[in-house]
Design a protein around this ligand. Structure first.
Ligand SMILES: [Zn+2]
Length: 253
């Protein structure tokens, strides 16, 4: 599959090689039949494009013309990879997916589905297919970027730092965030180990940044692409605890 771009370049430079596009046109029916996707009732334009991309992917040499049998055999051998190509093509017109097409892409698309996860979730709900929602959740866990907090509405681990769900748009409350991160207990532990400077910053700003594994003061650097930190505003009792800790550190032992 990686040879594709290289192959295209070579094809343009040399003239005595076979033309993959015309080969795709010639073998089109066999390619679609071997893929077993006729039942998806895709528009002809899409089938043409799929045939082109699949032929490009399975024909490894442009110096001789492969037989139909060879092409079909390779389609069978690389089916899983090729279905991702087919899924990507189908997903380009995601707003018009039929239930058959939706089932096909969710069943075969793997990582190709990630950029479309919101729309696919909406469609699966629209068709009332919780089994497809579960499959999407599995795909998100495997290929996506699951966050530490699960959305109580759609079930995906997609609650972002602004408390909003990336998939269904639901917004959770701070109490839910506190609960999910087990904030109460961890906060007591954090106070004991934090530096006085950290504690002061937290008191000054009134909030703390909490990830699934650690906590930071608002002035510390965080890299959102690496780890999500949820801001939690402290209650007055919690601020008092910090004040107490700061003054206890001042007492000479
Ligand atoms: Zn959600």
């Amino acid at each position: 599959m990686e040879q594709k771009t290289k192959k295209k370049r070579r094809r343009r430079r040399r003239h005595k090689t076979i033309d993959l596009d015309s080969l795709a046109e010639q073998y089109k029916e066999y390619v679609i039949e071997a893929l077993g996707i006729s039942y998806l009732e895709l528009p002809q334009r899409l089938l043409d494009e799929i045939s082109k991309e699949v032929v490009n992917a399975v024909v490894t040499s442009t110096s001789y013309k492969p037989s139909v049998d060879t092409v079909v055999k390779r389609i069978n051998r690389y089916r899983r990879q090729l279905y991702k190509i087919v899924s990507a093509k189908i997903l380009e017109s995601i707003d018009k997916l039929t239930i058959d097409q939706l089932e096909f892409v969710i069943g075969t698309g793997e990582e190709v589905l990630i950029p479309y996860i919101q729309e696919l979730y909406k469609l699966a709900k629209k068709y009332n297919r919780d089994d497809l929602v579960s499959m999407l959740q599995y795909i998100w866990e495997k290929y996506g970027r699951p966050t530490p907090i699960q959305c109580p509405k759609c079930g995906f681990r997609t609650i972002m730092a602004d408390y909003g769900c990336m998939v269904c748009g639901y917004v959770v409350g701070e109490n839910y965030i506190r609960e999910q991160l087990n904030f109460g207990e961890r906060f007591i532990e954090f106070i004991k180990t934090a530096s006085v400077a950290q504690l002061r910053d937290i008191v000054d700003t009134g909030f703390i940044l909490v990830s699934d594994i650690d906590m930071k003061s608002p002035r510390e650097r965080i890299v959102p692409s690496v780890r999500i930190y949820y801001p939690i505003y402290l209650r007055s009792s919690e601020l008092s605890l910090i004040m107490e800790e700061i003054s206890s550190r001042k007492i000479p032992v």
